[in-house]
Design a protein around this ligand. Structure first.
Ligand code: HPA
Ligand code: ZN
Length: 341
């Protein structure tokens, strides 16, 4: 039996995708199309040559290609096309709600306006809500290899747009190179965002140590941890995650491709799930890591021998861990309860 035979059941489960970088959904075909449209030269002669370059040793080797790839995004339509392609793909996988991260600094540093980035992504998300019935929230993510001052400036640039995108933009995140850029570096910008009523998430414990997870919780007051797989290094932290039901947005195929784990069989997702950690499964940067959300569930079902009841629990966790209002959570959880395993 292959991982694929799990796909129909997995796709039938209403689920939320909570850890997704929209720039990481840019498939090579669309990257070439946008490069042509915008007169930008890519250092690869074909889609196949580009895809063949997607072999990574660690997070940084991926980030180098990911930021280079994003350089084809210039206009509102570029952001719209990329986002709409993801929403259609997510719909096929049974995603009913998404909380999407985007990296404005990657674009504003190239002279693309903050308003252009918001406008293109938001147009697709609003259209997807109408046409596909998928709801979405946006998490504006700061690049942690840049300074806190740069993050503060980025937040200041985005705030005038808040009212116009009040239906979508609900929170902030923290991504990019983790090691050497600990959560404490962003304490003030997180405190400011918290004051402003924004929801708080942060990447921690992907390549960084369990301490980064603890400080994301204690110093940044993050409500949800992106990745968090290295929490297992610290039993007291693990117990806290269970007691406080802190959600972890785990990305198994990402962890495999970035060598966070040597094989999927050695991934701690199932162990954490069985211990009662509120883990969810997500795709992170599916265009780069070889699988959208259902493929992440299916690969884990296969490698970790997850039962159907456990796949259901992962879908349930994704709804519980989302920032949806309680009434919406209740509606999706009821729908999940109606599915027979
Ligand atoms: N980790 C850190 N930064 C990122 C990632 C990730 O997995 N994906 C896109 N930016
Ligand atoms: Zn990520």
């Amino acid at each position: 039996m292959t991982a694929d035979h799990h796909l129909p059941f997995i796709r039938s489960l209403p689920k939320a995708e909570l850890h997704l970088h929209i720039e990481g959904t840019l498939e090579p075909e669309l990257m070439f199309e946008l490069a042509r449209r915008n007169g930008i030269a890519l250092p690869y002669c074909s889609v196949e040559a580009l895809r063949a370059a997607y072999r990574f040793d660690d997070l940084q080797s991926f980030l180098d290609l990911y930021y280079a790839g994003a350089s084809v995004l210039l206009t509102e339509s570029d952001f719209y096309d990329m986002t709409m392609a993801y929403m259609r793909r997510a719909h096929e996988d049974g995603v009913v709600h998404t909380e999407i991260m985007f990296d404005p600094q990657t674009h504003t540093a190239r002279g693309v306006g903050m308003a252009t980035v918001f406008a293109g992504i938001a147009r697709a998300l609003r259209e997807a809500r109408e046409e596909l019935g998928i709801t979405s929230y946006l998490l504006l993510s700061f690049l942690r290899h840049l300074s806190e001052e740069d993050a503060q400036h980025t937040l200041t640039q985005a705030l005038p747009l808040r009212e116009h995108y009040a239906d979508l933009w609900v929170g902030i995140g923290l991504d990019s190179a983790e090691r050497g850029n600990p959560p404490e570096k962003f304490a003030r910008v997180y405190a400011r965002a918290c004051e402003l009523g924004l929801r708080l998430v942060a990447h921690a414990g992907e390549e960084g140590p369990a301490d980064y997870v603890r400080n994301a919780l204690d110093v940044l007051k993050a409500e949800r941890i992106d990745h968090g797989v290295n929490s297992e290094q610290d039993p007291a932290l693990m117990q806290r995650l269970i007691d406080e039901q802190v959600p972890l947005t785990v990305c198994p195929l990402s962890n495999l491709k970035l060598c966070v784990v040597p094989t999927l069989n050695e991934h701690n997702l199932a162990r954490m799930l069985r211990q009662g950690v509120l883990v969810t499964v997500n795709s992170d940067d599916p265009a780069y890591f070889g699988g959208y959300i259902a493929q992440n569930y299916a690969a884990c079902a296969q490698a970790l021998e997850l039962e159907r009841e456990e796949l259901m629990q992962l879908a349930r966790n994704s709804i519980v861990a989302s920032f949806l209002p309680d009434a919406d959570k209740h509606r999706w959880l009821t729908r999940l309860d109606e599915i027979t395993v």
